[in-house]
Design a protein around this ligand. Structure first.
Ligand code: AP5
Ligand code: MG
Length: 213
């Protein structure tokens, strides 16, 4: 099963993608997590990506596409994956499409987690992220068991550099301009499904499992 998560920054793509990955036994592939892990480890790729991410801009397609295609070519992706944060532009979607077509394959579902802009800024300021294992929490909605510490790996939780309100505004503008057109793109392919992302996360997940079966 090959799934794409669509939705604005903070819509809950990562939260739902992790739950899907666990239930259906497919890897969760997040380009944002890959970039953040590289930033944390001080790699060349991380330094390049950080220049864009800190301003709320997209990392150039060329770099992002290369990383994503490398990742999905790995063995654990043979039976499917859930993509979170990719594609984010029409050219990225076209490259993915071509790569899959060559393999006689296709995307099964593109799930749009729909949340209006008003809700987003509030959510982001409460998010806490683990840069070691990629887990995400919310100080009110989904708190960790011990404040500031990741339940899964025990690392320290942080407010992401790009979750400051002014950067979130830029990310939302970039989303509307460059990523939202993908909703139409996947609708035309007949694989788009929309869920109401303003509901509690268990209800959003129930809607998604209703779609995936
Ligand atoms: P990325 O990491 O993908 O960030 P994003 O799309 O901005 O999305 P987020 O991770 O911020 O939000 P999310 O939808 O995953 O929400 P979450 O589940 O955490 O990308 C970061 C940057 O990397 C980009 O800006 C770009 O620069 C670069 N990049 C990445 N991919 C790229 C690409 N393909 N091309 C170019 N550049 C790329 O939830 C948010 C919060 O809400 C959490 O606190 C969560 O606990 C809480 N929450 C979740 N669900 C609910 C709910 N139902 N009710 C209440 N609270 C909830
Ligand atoms: Mg995310």
């Amino acid at each position: 099963m090959k799934i794409i998560m669509l939705g604005a920054p903070g819509a809950g793509k990562g939260t739902q993608a992790k739950m899907i990955a666990e239930k259906y036994g497919v890897p969760h592939v997040s380009t944002g997590d890959i970039f953040r892990a590289n930033i944390k480890n001080g790699t060349q790729l991380g330094m390049e990506a950080k220049k864009y991410m800190d301003q709320g801009l997209l990392v150039p397609d060329e770099l992002t596409v290369r990383i994503l295609l490398d990742r999905v070519a790995q063995d654990d992706c043979k039976n499917g994956y859930v993509l979170d944060g990719f594609p984010r532009t029409i050219p990225q979607a076209q490259v993915l499409d071509e790569a899959l077509t060559k393999l006689g394959d296709k995307i099964d579902y593109a799930i749009d987690v729909d949340v209006p802009d008003e809700n987003i800024i509030r959510r982001m300021s409460g998010r806490r992220a683990c840069l070691t294992c990629g887990a995400t929490y919310h100080i009110e909605h989904i708190p960790p068991k011990k404040e500031g510490i990741c339940d899964k790996c025990g690392s320290e939780l942080v407010l992401r550099d790009d979750d400051k309100p002014e950067t979130v505004k830029n990310r939302l503008a970039v989303y509307h301009e460059q990523t939202q057109p993908l909703i139409d793109f996947y609708e035309k392919k007949g694989v788009l499904r929309t869920v109401d992302g303003t509901l509690p996360m268990e209800e959003v997940f129930a809607a998604i499992t209703g779609i995936l079966g």
